[in-house]
Design a protein around this ligand. Structure first.
Ligand code: ARG
Length: 461
């Protein structure tokens, strides 16, 4: 078609666009990723325009054919995206003119790029959230599997990175299951919140054509159309919620990665990874470094950054559409790509993890980790107050420390120096596995609790 190489607004302008601004202002390199959503939304929009007799059926049919051709061209890598046409929406419209001629001019009736872009973007975030939820589910399944093999694996639980109380390694891993389960809910919650179609809000005020927004909403897979046209084109909450859910999820995985780095360090040596998840050093021949864990931890910064950037873009933006909003997409795409890789790496890393069970057990017995159990024993058996028993147990720890003994190596005679009325029954208190299994309160680390929880997790996942 003749003259189809000009910008749609060229008639109104006296000067061509500055070359540098054309490059900087164009978003096609980024938003071509929305091509599927854009074509789909245009298809539904066109069907609605035909159904409502807003455009002639013969032109509508040509548009639909053209859109299908464009789809296959893009998917075959034959579509040339042009910076000059700014974004995916105008690139597609221009191509449509090339393919079907003037009939293409009917497509943009009763809509604007403002409602078009939010519609596309919401559809993209919907699909991508589902992807993330699937990836999260995979990591959660891996955590369950690893846990099942480690219910009886006793390790030191830490607070302040100081040995605190013995716990099961499975219980430790399942703490992360809980975090990821909440992450999943955050993504799913956003899917519910964003489930309104903005298409038909047009530039900002709605349209005078007798469009059917219920129809387009339903066909696009939204629950209903949005209620306010101005909010429709200015709202980016769904992108912020997506980035927030991503940031929190990345934060959880970063904590897991940090745990792994510490537990794998030569100072701890409590876990190891298979060689396929490690890298060597260019100078130190002995090295095996847990790089994936470090990338998981480091890239959380990217996820935080994207969220912070979008919140900042939004904070001073007068209602309704401004070009500032164009950058929302690169932030969300980058956030998505980063988190996706993080989830893939996390899953593989957990799979390749091996706990050093003996060392864990030994370390669980260091640092007087059963001192609380002794205090609790005195409360339950001797009916003294916890504060009193706490004081007695403190003295016992001081004694053990001074004599360089672990608590389980103290004799009954030694124990009796701190509380006279004791018999040999007290000795079992200092076995770390007994301590672990005594924590049978709901949600506690006792093996029988963990077994119950794993059964529950398997049902719900
Ligand atoms: N590429 C634009 C964006 O992503 C599409 C909307 C353009 N609207 C406009 N009034 N310039 O935001």
């Amino acid at each position: 078609m003749k003259n189809n190489n000009k910008k749609v607004w060229s008639k109104r302008f006296n000067l061509g666009t500055s070359k540098s601004f054309e490059r900087i202002g164009s978003s096609i390199k980024v938003d071509k990723r929305l091509y599927k959503e854009d074509l789909f939304a245009s298809l539904i929009h066109t069907k609605m325009l035909m159904k409502k007799k807003i455009i002639p059926t013969k032109d509508g049919k040509k548009i639909i054919n053209g859109l299908n051709k464009i789809k296959s061209q893009i998917e075959k890598g034959k579509f040339i995206f042009k910076e000059k046409y700014e974004d995916i929406h105008l690139n597609i419209e221009k191509k449509l003119f090339d393919l079907i001629g003037p009939s293409a001019g009917y497509m943009h009736t009763a809509r604007s790029r403002n409602d078009q872009v939010v519609t596309d973007f919401k559809l993209w975030i919907k699909n991508s959230s589902k992807e993330i939820v699937n990836d999260l589910t995979e990591v959660m399944k891996t955590l369950i599997k690893k846990s099942e093999n480690n219910i009886g694996t006793c390790m030191p639980g830490f607070t302040h990175l100081k040995n605190a109380q013995p716990i099961s390694f499975a219980h430790y891993l399942l703490a992360y299951y809980e975090m990821l389960k909440r992450d999943k809910k955050r993504f799913l919650n956003n899917l519910e919140l964003l489930d309104e179609s903005p298409l038909g809000a047009a530039a900002l005020s709605g349209t005078s054509y007798k469009i059917d927004r219920q129809y387009t909403a339903k066909k696009l897979g939204f629950k209903k159309p949005t209620d306010n046209s101005i909010d429709s084109v200015s709202d980016r909450d769904f992108a912020i919620d997506f980035l927030y859910a991503s940031a929190v999820c990345a934060m959880h995985l970063s904590r897991l990665a940090e745990d792994f780095i510490i537990l794998n360090s030569d100072a701890y040596k409590l876990i190891s990874f298979k060689d396929n998840m490690l890298t060597g050093s260019s100078i130190m021949p002995q090295k095996k470094n847990p790089d994936p864990a470090e990338l998981i931890r480091g890239r959380t910064g990217i996820n935080y950054g994207k969220l912070n950037s979008l919140l900042t873009i939004m904070k001073g933006l007068p209602i309704s559409y401004f070009k500032d909003l164009q950058d929302d997409k690169s932030l969300v795409f980058d956030g998505y790509d980063t988190l996706k890789d993080t989830l893939i790496m996390s899953n593989e890393l957990i799979k390749s993890l091996k706990p050093s069970k003996e060392r864990m057990l030994k370390m669980a017995n260091e640092g007087y980790t059963t001192a609380t159990d002794f205090a609790d024993y005195l409360v339950k058996e001797k009916k003294i107050s916890f504060r009193q028993s706490y004081m007695i147990s403190s003295k016992l720890v001081n004694y053990a420390e001074k004599n360089k003994k672990t608590l389980d190596k103290l004799s009954l005679v030694e124990l009796k120096k701190f509380y006279k009325d004791l018999d040999k029954n007290v000795m079992k208190i200092f076995k770390v596995k007994n301590s672990m299994n005594s924590k049978s309160s709901y949600g506690g680390t006792a093996e029988k609790n963990i077994k119950k929880m794993i059964r529950k997790y398997k049902r719900e996942i």
